[in-house]
Design a binder for this molecule. Structure first.
Ligand SMILES: C[S@@+](CC[C@H](N)C(=O)[O-])C[C@H]1O[C@@H](n2cnc3c(N)ncnc32)[C@H](O)[C@@H]1O
Length: 277
C-alpha cells in the first residue's frame, strides 16, 4: 500500500499516543456552565463530548449527522473542528438557539439544522438537498431519554424544581411527534431505533455511529435500561463495537434512599459505539 493509500484509509488524524488514550472505555467531562440560550434546553450534551468523538471517528472535511440535534451541540463542535454537519430537530425554538450559536462561532464547513420530525428523516434530507443528500462519515446523537424529564424522581425532582423556579422548560415539547412524550417504554425503544436505522442508511459503509443514552429509574423504582435496550435493539442493524462511559464528577449528590433503600446517584452516560456494516 502506498503512503497516500494509508493516509486515505486513516480513520482520523490522531497520533498513536492520542489514539490509545481515546480508546479507554471511560472518561470524565464536566459540562461547562451553559449560557442563557443553551439553558432553554433541558438536556443538552457538552460540545467537548462531541469533539472527543469527532476527533476519533472523522477527519477535517468529514460529514456528520445528528437526528436529534437539540440546540446544536453536534453542529457547533463540527464547525469548530472544520467538519460539515446536518442536524434535524423537532422544536423550532431549539433550532433558533442552534442557528444563533452557529452564527456566533468561527469555523469552517457546511452546517444546516432542519426543523422536522426525524421519523421522516429520508424525506427531510431528500427535500433539503433537492434529491441528492450527502452520505455521512459519522452519526452522533442523543435521543430523548424516554419520558423521564416529565417524571419526578430523586435527582430529577430537584432539577425540575430549579428549572421551574427559573421559568425554564422542564421537558422538550407537547408535540405528539416528540419521542419524549411516548407513553409506552417498548414503543419508545422501537421508535428511537427505527429513526436511527433510517438515519443510518445515510452513513457510509464501515463508518461509525455514537448514541449517547442513560439507564434510568422510573418513579416506581423500576429500572429502564435505555442504553442497554437500545444497544440490543440496534445490534440487529449495526455492529455494536463497545461503549464508552462518560462520567461527570461535578454533580450534586442527593441523599435519596437513606437509611433504608439503595437508590444510586447516576452520574454517567453510555456512549454506544456502532459500526455501519
Ligand atoms: C437529548 S435531546 C438532544 C440534545 C442535543 N444533543 C444537544 O446537545 O442540544 C433530544 C432532542 O430530540 C428532540 N426530538 C424529540 N423527538 C424528535 C423527533 N421525532 N424528531 C426530531 N427531534 C426530536 C427533542 O426536541 C430534543 O431536543
Amino acid at each position: 500500500m502506498t503512503s497516500l493509500e494509508v493516509q486515505d484509509r486513516r480513520l482520523n488524524t490522531l497520533d498513536g499516543k492520542e489514539w490509545v488514550k481515546r480508546t479507554k472505555s471511560w472518561f470524565v467531562i464536566n459540562p461547562r456552565r451553559r449560557n442563557a440560550d443553551q439553558l432553554s434546553h433541558p438536556a443538552k450534551y457538552p460540545e467537548e463530548l462531541v469533539e472527543r468523538f469527532l476527533e476519533f471517528f472523522t477527519k477535517p472535511g468529514g460529514w456528520v449527522l445528528d437526528p436529534f440535534a437539540g440546540v446544536g451541540s453536534t453542529l457547533v463542535a463540527s464547525k469548530l473542528l472544520s467538519r460539515n454537519s446536518v442536524g434535524v430537530e423537532l422544536d423550532p425554538d431549539f433550532v433558533s438557539v442552534a442557528q444563533q450559536a452557529l452564527r456566533e462561532i468561527d469555523g469552517e464547513g457546511f452546517y444546516e439544522i432542519i426543523v422536522g420530525d426525524s421519523t421522516c428523516i429520508t424525506e427531510l434530507l431528500e427535500t433539503y438537498f433537492e434529491g441528492n443528500p450527502p452520505m455521512f462519515d459519522f452519526l452522533m446523537t442523543s435521543p430523548p431519554y424516554w419520558n423521564m424529564l416529565r417524571k419526578s424522581r430523586g435527582g430529577n425532582d430537584s432539577v425540575h424544581k430549579d428549572r421551574k423556579s427559573s421559568g425554564l422548560k422542564q421537558y422538550y415539547s407537547e408535540s405528539h411527534q416528540d419521542l419524549g412524550n411516548i407513553g409506552q417504554y417498548s414503543r419508545y425503544i422501537e421508535a428511537v431505533s427505527q429513526i436511527l436505522e433510517e438515519a443510518g442508511s445515510f452513513v457510509e459503509q464501515g463508518k461509525y455511529i455514537v448514541v449517547v443514552a442513560q439507564n434510568m429509574r422510573d418513579v416506581d423504582g423500576t429500572m429502564r435500561p435505555i442504553a442497554w435496550d437500545l444497544a440490543a435493539r440496534l445490534s440487529r442493524t449495526f455492529l455494536l463495537k463497545q461503549e464508552q462511559i462518560w462520567c461527570q464528577d461535578n454533580k450534586r449528590l442527593g441523599c435519596w434512599g437513606y437509611p433504608t433503600t439503595y437508590v444510586s446517584n447516576v452520574h454517567h452516560h453510555y456512549c454506544l459505539v456502532f459500526q455501519k456494516q
